[in-house]
Ligand binder design. Structure first.
Ligand SMILES: Nc1ncnc2c1ncn2[C@@H]1O[C@H](COP(=O)(O)OP(=O)(O)OP(=O)(O)O)[C@@H](O)[C@H]1O
Length: 256
C-alpha cells in the first residue's frame, strides 16, 4: 500500500453551543483523490479550515508525509505542504493570471520576500525561473493563453482553474480543493474532472470537498461523509453510496 500523506485523528471543534466537528479522522494515501461530502452545515469547510490552519481545533492530531504538523497558521501549513483553493474564489483580482501563480510559488523560493524587496541579483534570476514555471502551470490547467489577463477578467471556470494552478505552484504534498465545481456548467465540470484526474495521474494527492455527488463518486478513491459534525461513513464511493446512514442524511427530513 502506498505511503500515507495526511493522517488526521480525533478532530473536534466547537463554536459556542454548536459542536461543528466531533472526533473526525481521515487518512489519505499518496496518489489518492479523497472526497469529503455531507449535507449543508455538516462541517466540511470547518474541517478544511482546521487542517489548513484557519481554525484552531479543540482536539486533534495531525501528520503530513509521516511528520507531525501543527496547523496553527495558514503560512506554516503552506510551507509544510498543503495548498488549498477556496469555495469563494480568492485571487488577486487586479493582478494578471501569471502574477497570481507566481505569488503561490514564492512559498518555495530561496530569496523569499526579502529578496523581492531589495531586488538582489539572485532574486532576478529566481524571478525568471518562477515566471517560466508559472507559465507552464497555466498551460497545464489549460489557461496559458490568458497569462497576461487580469484575474478578474477571466470566466468563473477559468478563475477556478487559476486557483488550482496557484495551489500547484507551491509544490504541495496535498492539494485541498474546496468545492471546485461550484457554479460550473456541465461542460466546465467535464473539463475540471479531466484536470483533477490528470493532477492525480501526475502523482499528486488531492482532498476534495464537493457538493456534486456524481463528480465525487466518479473521481474519488475514498470518501468520508460528515453529518452534523460526525463522521457517518468512510470507504470507497461504492460502499458509501449503499450506506443507510448516508442515504438517510441526504434524503432525511432536514432536506439539507
Ligand atoms: N466561524 C464560525 N462561527 C460559528 N459557527 C460556525 C463557524 N463556521 C462554521 N460554523 C457552523 O458550523 C457548522 C458547520 O459549518 P460548515 O461551514 O463547516 O459546513 P459545510 O459542511 O462546509 O456546509 P456547506 O456545504 O454549506 O458549505 C454550521 O452549523 C455552521 O453554521
Amino acid at each position: 500500500m502506498s505511503e500515507t500523506i495526511l493522517k488526521v485523528q480525533g478532530v473536534s471543534k466547537r463554536f459556542g453551543g454548536l459542536q461543528a466537528l466531533s472526533d473526525v479522522g481521515i487518512e489519505i494515501r499518496k496518489g489518492q483523490v479523497y472526497g469529503l461530502i455531507g449535507p449543508n452545515g455538516a462541517g466540511k469547510t470547518t474541517f478544511f479550515n482546521v487542517i489548513t490552519g484557519l481554525y484552531i481545533p479543540d482536539a486533534g492530531s495531525f501528520e503530513l508525509g509521516g511528520e507531525p504538523y501543527k496547523p496553527s497558521a495558514v503560512h506554516l501549513v503552506a510551507k509544510a505542504g498543503i495548498a488549498r483553493t477556496f469555495q469563494n474564489i480568492r485571487l488577486f483580482a487586479e493582478m494578471t493570471a501569471l502574477e497570481n501563480v507566481m505569488v503561490g510559488r514564492h512559498v518555495r523560493t530561496r530569496s523569499g520576500l526579502g529578496g523581492a524587496v531589495f531586488r538582489t541579483g539572485g532574486f532576478k534570476r529566481e524571478e525568471q525561473e518562477i515566471a517560466a514555471r508559472a507559465k507552464e502551470l497555466l498551460d497545464y490547467v489549460g489557461i496559458g493563453k490568458y497569462a497576461e489577463y487580469k484575474a478578474r477578467t477571466l470566466s468563473y471556470g477559468d478563475q477556478r482553474r487559476l486557483e488550482i494552478a496557484r495551489a500547484l505552484a507551491t509544490d504541495p504534498k496535498l492539494i485541498a480543493l474546496d468545492e471546485p465545481a461550484a457554479g460550473m456548467n456541465a461542460t466546465e465540470k467535464v473539463v475540471l474532472r479531466e484536470l483533477i484526474d490528470r493532477i492525480r495521474r501526475d502523482g499528486r494527492t488531492i482532498l476534495l470537498i464537493e457538493h456534486d455527488v456524481k463528480l465525487v463518486m466518479g473521481l474519488c478513491d475514498r470518501v468520508t461523509v460528515l453529518d452534523y459534525g460526525k463522521q457517518i461513513a468512510e470507504g470507497t464511493p461504492a460502499d458509501v453510496q449503499k450506506n443507510e446512514k448516508v442515504i438517510e442524511a441526504y434524503l432525511g427530513a432536514g432536506g439539507h
